[in-house]
Write a protein that binds this ligand. Sequence first.
Ligand code: CA
Length: 231
Amino acid sequence: MAATVLLVEDERKLRELVRTYLERAGLTVLSTGSGAEALSLAASTAPDLVVLDLGLPDVPGESVASELRAAGPVPILILTARAAQEDRIAGLELGADDYVTKPFSPRELVLRVQAILRRGHHAAGQESASYGNGVLVIDEPRHRLTVRGADVDLTPTEWGILVALASVPGRVYSRFELINRVRGYEFEGYERTIDSHVKNLRRKVEKDPGSPEIVQTVLGGGYRLGIDRDG
Ligand code: CA
């Protein structure tokens, strides 16, 4: 069955354009220019993903995002004209799965939507997952990470890498695979760029970044999560 996307955008022309592209990609699209209507549509139709403009005339997009978040684990892709990096991070903290800044290419948007749908991380009833006897707790729907009990902020790329590795603990992921997995999170660069993101990630999650226990290097292979999922 085709996935259903709820598109919330008040600029009619842009809405119609994005709608056309999403439909051409085989998706079913419901659309509205109103935040209030978006919330009632989301409640009545349970879409697989919401594309949400933050600048809406009736309800601030941020409130729509947090109400959607409170109601269930639907993935959200945020559209906004605000380009500052801090706003991007704030968008991800709202629980958004991805963030696209206007002006954007509709084709790019469709790729991002498809990437999120493919990841399928938001299965109903999903809760946070704990690893290494609670050392690491990843709450994907809320985009929250705790390490040894403390909240840790990751960049979108670091988050993407960690979530990819944690999807199958112990499995080795090549740099190329990791790039593919994090592409939805704004990844730019080449395979070796992964190494510098991993270095930063280790600084945030490892007790001793010099001898990592969580994000381990596999010589000639790539990276793996060195701790098991609990329970
Ligand atoms: Ca708008």
